[in-house]
Design a protein around this ligand. Sequence first.
Ligand SMILES: Nc1ncnc2c1ncn2[C@@H]1O[C@H](COP(=O)(O)OP(=O)(O)OP(=O)(O)O)[C@@H](O)[C@H]1O
Ligand SMILES: [Mg+2]
Length: 367
Amino acid sequence: MATNDESTIAAPAGTIAAPARGASSPSPTPPAPGAPSPTPPAPAVVVEGLAKSFGDVQAVRGVDFEVAAGEVFGFLGPNGAGKTTTINMLCTLAKPSSGSARVAGHDVVHERDDVRRNIGLVFQDPTLDGYMTAQQNLELHAELYGVQSDLVAPRMQQLMEMVGLWDRKDSPVATFSGGMRRRLEIARGLMHSPRALFLDEPTIGLDPQTRRSIWTYIRELKESEEITIFMTTHYMDEAEWCDRIAIMDHGQIVALDAPETLKAGVGTDRVTIQTEDDDAAIAALEDRFGVRANVSEGAVTFGVPGGEEFVPRLFAELGVPIRAVSVSRPTLDDVFMSYTGTTIRDAEEDSSKHKNRVMMQMMGARR
Ligand SMILES: Nc1ncnc2c1ncn2[C@@H]1O[C@H](COP(=O)(O)OP(=O)(O)OP(=O)(O)O)[C@@H](O)[C@H]1O
Ligand SMILES: [Mg+2]
């Protein structure tokens, strides 16, 4: 089950009407010249100073952001950054320690049922019932959410066709692959026609091809359902699919913009060199070129503007033998590094080492 310190998600009371569609779609006829411009749709999510602590752990340290209606918005960050905690607060599963958030126009603390009625949620950990068939899982969800009974069958067929599972509707979910389950969970989250879909690590642990196909569905959804999508990931390549991303580290948003804008903002290329002596190479880079480098994922890595032009100088002047060199355009990992000084993978290794150390200390203390 998903981390949940306050309550489990409950079916909102009463029958839930499918929300009105088209509020955010462009008008089919252009407005007459001089006519007042249409009011932009209200943001789907508005977050102000949102924070959550668990005892001494400040999981989310006061974040502010807005998600526009119809946007695909991503939270990118390493393990423990606070992504799930944020999503849980937005979905009313965890109560903020301070700050406020509105989802689909409703306050997540004071209007919990209204928020729940308007959102779909795909948890980080799978929550399908393996003994039931795909169809039964979706029907149960529709019942819990009070979807009008004559709408259930057509909606189910539409969604299962969209995620390519209609021909498997009668199979028990236990016989599904990981990717099929994830696709079914996405379909389930949409059964009650939510205005916003929250996906916590929708593709974690899946192979690259399945991850890609899930992303194709998510992008299609944006068009076909006019829905706002809020998702978390720690895969950099996935964040590229989002319209905008917030990069999160240690409970804070360190950068927020469109992936292309963030990458363009780095202003340097990434150069990676394999050397005979990494420490000497790092010292020489600082000394001769004024460039700060570090060892990342086993290689000396640094950023310079015009990386390709820099390479010949590097060979001529470094004074430390170089075995291999590569130059790449900035990635989102470089964006992460430029704000945090570490790569996401290294941040995750540090976090798991820290956890192991704490565990060892606890075990030692028990002996
Ligand atoms: N119920 C809880 N009780 C105590 N600490 C918690 C709880 N939930 C989260 N935390 C802590 O809050 C911090 C943020 O956790 P969170 O699950 O939000 O991170 P995340 O970004 O989703 O990470 P991951 O990528 O591993 O899913 C971590 O230090 C975590 O240990
Ligand atoms: Mg998480």
